[in-house]
Design a protein around this ligand. Structure first.
Ligand code: NDP
Length: 484
């Protein structure tokens, strides 16, 4: 494995920096277990440098004409596209995701977010409110320094999805990647400098949860945007509330994918595969509860299993590989535990369920049938390649069961009956729904959860509301009246 050791553990004020007093972070290639880079977690001095430099850069950045800000974001987007091959390789090494996925879903997705917000930057204006003589105008202002905290499944995409709207609005960002994928955001920070952003506008601080926790309560942090699990989200939301900071919480899910009797079966199966096995199942919006109408369930299962058997597990850097390893051995153990619990609680394992012999943190694509609503594997987020099939008889029943969860990130359905599709979507408690598709998240559309799956929205014009604030300015045109 070629060296991917970065020039420093953090990227602050336009340059790589390190503080070897920080605890070691080993960056492990999940396909072999070999350590490919060693970094040091942020010390208080690193955190201080990052926030102070972001504070300086934010003032300079916010003073630029919006079109000039947009131009920088656009250049970063172009660089991401130009360097896609090398960035995708790094993403595959950082996460273990197959190169055939990373080439189309990571730097490219980040580039789309930057391109989108580059275009939007110069259109962000206030409004004028006539009052019959006097009037009010509003100014859309940046919040200040925003803190981004990322999960490990999409390190480039998460960093870009947070940075693009934040910076378009005139904010600066300090980004804390997950400690298990510390490499990709550093590259993004390099590209911001290459594209002409002021030093400090996008700083990356690597470290464990405690480094992020210390920044969440720093008085100079105006907003916290977290992608992570529900328990972490609850902690970070509570800590941010102390200073009444703005928050965006993109958290976990246990989303339903409903296959009605009239669905196009091959398309529905393709969606179920994508919704459970893409990125080895490590996707927050995955449709892990697959509700299939009882009249088609046997045909559905036969074809699903037949197709899933052909999945190619292997080295993520091999272009033929379709399924890579889990991110860490700990995550693999967690998923294997869920598979064991599923069997103990009476679900029928019909494919996979094992960790193949040999190096790396692999798990076979796993399918359970005869899953019922109260089983642990139908209630808890597994975050691995485990697909559960539940059956249903009628529409009202499946809607009620689909909504019977603490989560509300996403939902999908397959039917040829468009009246039913829209009727059902209207009743589903989820932030994002797909009709006859699954897991497509274009930057033009809002993305985020309801219930325990989160607060706020990423992407689209909706994210602007979460990275800016509105100032009202009352303008009097006449004399001031007073009682005495
Ligand atoms: P975690 O919740 O464990 O961690 C998320 C991030 O928060 C990490 O960078 C972590 O640092 C940091 N963190 C941990 N504790 C604290 C704390 N007390 N204060 C501040 N920051 C803290 O999530 P995972 O990385 O395990 O990612 C998997 C989860 O992310 C899944 O539940 C998944 O559903 C969710 N997710 C949601 C998405 C969405 O858009 N809704 C998208 C992708 C994933 P460290 O890693 O160093 O502990």
């Amino acid at each position: 494995m070629k060296s991917v050791q970065p020039k420093g553990s953090h990227f602050i004020d336009g340059a790589y920096v390190d503080d070897t007093a920080g605890r070691e972070i080993s960056c492990v290639y999940a396909a072999t277990g070999e350590t490919v880079a060693t970094l040091h977690a942020a010390t208080p001095a690193i955190v201080e440098a990052a926030i102070a430099s972001a504070e300086r850069a934010q003032k300079e950045w916010a003073a630029l004409a919006p079109v000039a800000r947009g131009r920088v974001l656009r250049r970063v987007a172009d660089l991401l596209v130009e360097r896609n091959a090398e960035l995708s390789e790094l993403e595959s090494i950082d996460t273990g995701k197959p190169i055939q996925e990373t080439l189309v879903a990571d730097a490219t997705s980040g580039a789309e977010a930057l391109e989108y917000y580059a275009g939007l930057a110069a259109t962000l204006t206030g409004e004028t409110v006539p009052l019959g003589g006097d009037f009010v105008y509003t100014i859309r202002e940046p919040l200040g320094v925003c803190l981004g905290i990322g999960a490990w499944n999409y390190p480039t995409q998460i960093a870009a999805w947070k940075a693009a709207p934040a910076l378009a609005c005139g904010n600066a960002m300090v980004f804390k990647p997950s400690e298990v994928t510390p490499l990709c955001a550093l590259k993004l920070a390099e590209l911001f400098i290459e594209a002409g952003a002021p030093a400090g506008l996008f700083n990356v601080v690597n470290g464990y949860g405690d480094a992020a926790a210390s920044m969440v309560t720093d008085p100079r942090i105006a907003k916290v945007s977290l992608t992570g699990s529900v328990p972490t989200g609850q902690k970070v939301y509570a800590a941010a509330a102390e200073g009444l900071r703005h928050v965006t919480m993109e958290l976990g899910g246990k989303s339903p994918l409903i296959i009605f009797e009239d669905a196009d079966l091959e398309n529905a199966i393709s969606a179920a595969i994508n919704a459970n096995f893409y990125s080895t199942g490590q996707i927050c919006s995955n449709g892990t509860r697959v509700f299939v109408h009882e009249n088609i369930v046997e045909d559905f299962i036969e074809r699903l299993v037949e197709r899933s058997r052909t999945a190619i597990l292997g080295d993520p850097l091999d272009p033929d590989t379709q399924i890579g390893p889990m991110i860490t051995d700990a995550q693999r153990k967690k998923v294997l535990d869920y598979i064991r619990i599923g069997q103990e609680e009476g679900a029928e394992l019909i494919l996979g369920g094992h960790a193949p012999e040999g190096p790396g943190f692999f798990i076979e694509p796993t399918i359970f049938r005869n899953v019922t609503d109260e089983m642990t594997i139908a209630r808890e987020e597994i975050f691995g390649p485990v697909l559960s099939i539940l059956t249903f008889k009628d529409e009202d029943e499946v809607v009620a069961r689909a909504n019977d969860t603490q989560f509300g990130l996403a939902a999908g359905l397959f039917t040829k009956d468009f009246t039913r599709a829209h009727r059902v979507v209207a009743q589903l408690q989820a932030g994002t729904c797909w009709i006859n598709e699954y897991n497509l998240t274009p930057v033009e559309a809002p993305f985020g959860g309801v219930k325990m799956s989160g607060v706020g929205r990423e992407n689209s014009k909706a994210a602007i509301e979460h990275y800016s604030q509105v100032k009202s300015v009352y303008v009097a045109m006449g004399d001031v009246e007073a009682a005495f």
